[in-house]
Design a protein around this ligand. Structure first.
Ligand SMILES: [Zn+2]
Length: 341
């Protein structure tokens, strides 16, 4: 029976619990892992356990540890280079392989991830968008996420950008995040310059209502990045310099941003940079060719899926993991579950 049909038979919560316990899950996992694909997880950053930062991108430290400990029991956690060799090779492994990646380059990686790596013996790949690290200013998305941590509901007026007004709710959790996602999606639909203006406007309108009891999302400093790069567990990858959605800018600008991010990472860390991730996953055939011409060996997207033999190396899918994925949801996500937040 196809997995989608099986899952449709159960109410959501009951279905999740039943599907992640015992034999049914093992069966579904075996089916998904047929052909020995590599599972590539996509995180963004980690945060403290006791903080009410309501953003999908910030995973609690203890949730992350629990996820890695569960993975250890069922997968080999490998570096991206090991995964490349595995996909290129002709041998099949006894245990499935998983790669752990982080996008963007936030301070949480230095504060909460780096101290865990030795103890967990955990290889990770960190894709760094170099522009915000060079100038210390968070990208628009992070500025907006910081601003959305409000102490009372606020109505945003966005008509001058051709957008509907938007009520920012208080509270936290996946339902609120889903709602905020509609605002973020609307902002992503604007061109890069107008989006920057709109993001600053959102920050300005929410400023009087902003909470201060959390660590705002902020870019790594160059020194923090250097210290991460010295860990034998860390592979660094480029993620452009501008972090613009590459299909919204000219191909020449996209190419220049790819080249600049790899160059800056080499200059700052002395490490070789051969892996790349498209900001927001936006890519097309021309951008895939661009990434190849820069000399990258792989390019990762945000398309939800496993990396199967024969897939193009410049459009590799991933499994996203966020703050609202408890261990049950995490296990289901690994199957490529149709359930989303
Ligand atoms: Zn990104």
């Amino acid at each position: 029976m196809p997995l989608a049909t099986l899952t449709a038979l159960f109410p959501k919560q009951l279905g999740r619990r039943v599907l992640t316990s015992g034999g049914i899950y093992a069966l579904a996992r075996r089916r998904v892992l047929r052909g020995d694909p590599v599972t590539v997880l996509m995180y963004h950053t980690l945060g403290p356990d006791d903080e009410q930062f309501d953003a999908w991108t910030v995973v609690r430290r203890s949730d992350f540890i629990a996820q890695m400990q569960w993975l250890r029991l069922h997968y080999d956690i490998v570096s991206l280079d090991e995964a490349v060799a595995h996909v290129r090779g002709s041998t099949y492994s006894a245990r499935p392989k998983v790669v752990v990646t982080f996008d963007d380059g936030h301070t949480g990686l230095y504060r909460y991830l780096l101290p865990l790596l030795d103890g967990l013996r955990l290889p990770v790949t960190i894709y760094v968008a170099t522009g915000h690290i060079a100038n210390g200013r968070p990208y628009w998305f992070d500025r907006v996420m910081n601003a959305l941590q409000v102490c009372q509901a606020v109505t945003l007026e966005l008509s001058c950008y051709g957008l509907e007004s938007f009520v920012v709710p208080t509270g936290s959790g996946p339902v609120r995040w889903q709602l905020l996602g509609t605002l973020l999606q609307a902002l992503k639909g604007l061109g890069p310059e107008q989006r920057e203006v709109a993001a600053d406007d959102v920050v300005r309108q929410l400023q009087p209502y902003r909470r201060s009891d959390f660590e705002p999302l902020a870019p790594l400093s160059i020194e923090q990045l250097r210290q991460l790069s010295r860990s034998p567990w860390v592979t660094l990858g480029a993620h452009t310099d501008c972090h613009n959605l590459l299909d919204q800018i000219s191909i020449d600008d996209a190419l220049a941003s790819m080249v600049l991010s790899a160059r800056r990472l080499r200059e700052w860390t002395g490490r070789d940079i051969v892996h790349f991730a498209y900001p927001n996953g936006n890519h097309n055939r021309a951008l895939m060719e661009c990434a190849r011409s820069v000399g990258f060996q792989t390019a990762l997207t945000t398309r939800k899926g496993l990396w199967r033999r024969g897939d193009p190396f410049f459009a590799i899918g991933r499994i996203p993991v966020g703050r609202y994925d408890d261990l049950t949801r995490f296990k289901l996500n690994l199957l490529g579950s149709p359930w989303r937040h």
